[in-house]
Write a protein that binds this ligand. Sequence first.
Ligand code: 0L1
Ligand code: MG
Length: 261
Amino acid sequence: SLDIATVEALAERLEDCELQARDTLKITDDYPELGWEDAYAIQDEIRRRKIDRGVRIVGLKAGLTSHAKMRQMGVNTPVFGFLADYFSVPEGGGIAMRELIHPKVEPEIAFVTKAALRGPGCHIGAVLAATDFIMPALEIIDSRYRDFKFDLKSVVADNCSSSRFVVGGRIGAPARFDLRTLGVVLEKNGTPVAFGAGAAVLGHPAQALAMLANELGKRGEEIPAGTLVLSGGITEAVSVQAGDNLTLRMQSLGSVSVRFY
Ligand code: 0L1
Ligand code: MG
């Protein structure tokens, strides 16, 4: 396991890349023995650095929650990260490409909790009972690793590629929907480019929150009431360039858009 000085140095390296929009090689090239606890310790240190500068943590995210993406990466558990206040982009707002490295967009279902969720033993039923509402979300991922070439532990250390997110559209009570069959269409400049349904996320998107609560429970932590949680990409991530407009249309829940300039 890495010593504290190394955890701090790696957190500084990755956060500097995020803040200066430059890439780096994956950290396991230098530290091939990096473990899961080391990876989350680096992520925690990045979070601590931000909080020390007055940044607020406004939510959590699950990543690699689709079976297709997990198979591709050779893992069977999702990964988890945090959302900082400045990641939030208003609905219909713009994102300057110069602030990011090589962003990609994922259509996701956002949950907002009204009661705390704590594992072990958290399940879909508990998540739905604790959910205040759901709404459409676009997550903008931007791995700090050159050409998105990484392994899972490097990704976790890099806060799971988190960079920006947009929530919008209509809010819905979870009891009114079958989240497995909730359809989504992702449009780029008016052309549909990706399609899916909620079941692409772990069979049921609430499962992503149950797994997150169970992972946090191992550390004595929970998903607090009032937390925004992005449950993971329903389709593959779509690359964007300056000038692109992305719109997510979600069945019964309206649409949410963002543009890149
Ligand atoms: O939100 C996500 O699913 C991203 C997880 C990190 C892997 C990636 O950058 O594709
Ligand atoms: Mg995502």
